[in-house]
Design a protein around this ligand. Structure first.
Ligand code: 5AD
Ligand code: SF4
Length: 471
């Protein structure tokens, strides 16, 4: 049994990162058992789940969409806020019940919660229904952990507090045939004081650019139209590995593979260079959509958050992107109720939101995370004050996303059609270049193609449109 230690997890540069090839061939011990993976949290987790599915498939397990039919259920968890925790612990209650009727059912936990000492202690003491836990740094070892559980019938907990090697070529079972996630950098060294990610995901480690470009080239060969380059802070790409190869170079090399659409998330304003903005503006196949977390508009709070920029610097970058990248859309993340946030500080946030008029914003009430500096800060904001600020902020945020969407009215835009619409099974849906979801009147045969769509109506969180045939 290997359990996590948050103090160890805080340390940096404990060992030189090695690049190795996935090699965990244990035969087809899955024997046709069915698996179900449930994902919580961010895009990084979505992609990790694709790896979990890929590894399980390679060992002879079979995917099922019906959880009640599964022989093995894996929860790929998120630790970013307390409510993410609550959801997982709540679901473990459901699974406990399910196990009563199905003695051989295996339940496993992966992802960020697995890296938390408090969670593992709780699982060890209270959640006997969990058969195995695999941390984020040794995900490539998942099959060995499951096999050990099956062979020995003993509970397996294997979580490392330091980074493993960068493992290339882990099998992936991708969810989409048209749009693919591609990891470019793991971990984060920014240590924003509220954030648990630097502890659960470890040191910033970049993949080699040759490996990334090879993956994108293979995706192009396999008919993929879009890649999204992934990392907790993609703008730090390369800093740990190269003297003079940055995200700007990587974006350019990715664009040159000829893939039709390149996206990237998540950006940190501090690492965003002029060169990156220029490259995004230069290439038609780098999409004009940037997620640029602001977190707060108050310089006092930004400092307490250790964000390394002022609201003036954020605004300067924001305006530069808007000016240089044609028809861009910019979304953001904002936290309200950080310790010490006064009404005046909150009004500073509203002021910058009113100035930026974001296309959209993910807004959160501050949630103290175990072992992070902010969890120990004084001047805690009352829950009802947090909720009041959240509501006031959301009203303004929604007004601007409505306005931004409304500007698209009547335009003919390119959409990558990805699916049947969730709203109406007679429609299809897809995303514009600037990342707006459109429900489209058009045939199902459009799925997988980039087509022209005329926008016929706009709402807060989506657009309506109709397919325009090319002449
Ligand atoms: N409390 C509230 N929101 C948080 N985020 C990260 N940590 C916390 C926390 N402790 C938000 C940030 C980040 C997004 C992914 O989640 O806004 O950008
Ligand atoms: Fe967390 Fe800050 Fe790193 Fe983002 S940049 S993952 S908010 S520590």
């Amino acid at each position: 049994m290997k359990t996590p230690n948050m103090l160890e997890a805080k340390k940096r540069n404990q060992k030189e990162i090695e690049y190795i090839n996935y090699n965990n061939d244990l035969g087809k011990f899955g024997n046709g058992r069915k698996f179900y993976v449930r994902t919580y949290g961010c895009q990084m987790n979505e992609h990790d789940s694709e790896k979990i599915r890929g590894m399980l498939l390679s060992a002879g397990f079979i995917p099922t969409e019906d959880i009640t039919d599964a022989d093995i259920i894996i929860l790929n968890t998120c630790a970013i806020r307390e409510n993410a925790h609550d959801k997982v612990f709540g679901y473990l209650g459901v699974l406990k019940h399910m196990k009563k009727g199905k003695k051989d059912l295996l339940v496993g936990i992966c992802g960020c919660m697995a890296q938390e000492e408090v969670v593992i202690n709780e699982i060890l003491n209270k959640y006997k229904q969990v058969d195995f836990v695999c941390g984020t740094h040794n995900l490539d070892n998942l099959l060995s952990i499951i096999k050990e559980k099956i062979d020995t019938k003993k509970r397996q907990i294997e979580v490392l507090s330091y980074e493993g090697d960068i493992v290339e070529n882990i099998p992936v079972l991708r969810e989409s045939k048209y749009s693919a996630w591609v990891d470019i950098i793991y971990g984060c060294d920014k240590f924003c004081t509220y954030c648990i990610v630097p502890y659960t995901r470890g040191t910033q480690r970049s993949r080699r650019h040759e490996d990334i470009i090879k993956e994108v080239e293979d995706l192009v060969k396999n008919g993929y139209k879009e890649v999204t380059l992934l990392g907790q802070n993609v703008n730090a790409y390369g800093k740990d590995l190269y003297k003079d190869y940055t995200l700007a170079n990587l974006l350019e090399d990715t664009a040159k593979t000829g893939i039709e659409r390149v996206r990237f998330v998540t950006s940190h304003p501090w690492d965003f260079t002029d060169e990156m903005v220029d490259i995004i503006a230069k290439y038609d196949n780098i999409m004009p959509y940037i997620h640029l977390p602001l977190q707060s508009g108050s310089n006092k709070i930004l400092k307490l958050m250790n964000r390394r920029y002022t609201s003036e610097e954020y605004l300067k970058l924001y305006k530069q992107i808007r000016f240089k990248v044609k028809d861009s859309s910019i979304t953001t993340d904002i936290i309200v109720g950080f310790p010490g946030e006064t009404e005046e500080d909150f009004l500073e946030t509203l002021k910058i939101v009113n100035e930026c008029k974001f296309d959209g914003a993910f807004t959160f009430a501050f949630s103290p995370r175990e072992n992070t500096p902010a969890a120990l800060m004084k001047d805690v904001v009352l829950e009802e004050v947090k909720m009041d600020r959240l509501h006031r902020l959301n009203e303004i945020v929604n007004k601007y996303s409505n306005e931004a969407n409304h500007k698209m009215m009547g335009k003919i835009v390119k959409c990558l059609v990805t699916d049947i619409s969730e709203k109406d099974e007679n429609k299809v849906c897809g995303y514009t270049e600037n990342m707006k979801l459109v429900n489209i009147v058009g045939p199902k045969s459009l799925i997988g193609n980039i087509v022209n769509v005329k926008i016929t109506d706009t709402k807060s969180f989506s657009l309506d449109g109709e397919y325009v045939e090319e002449n």
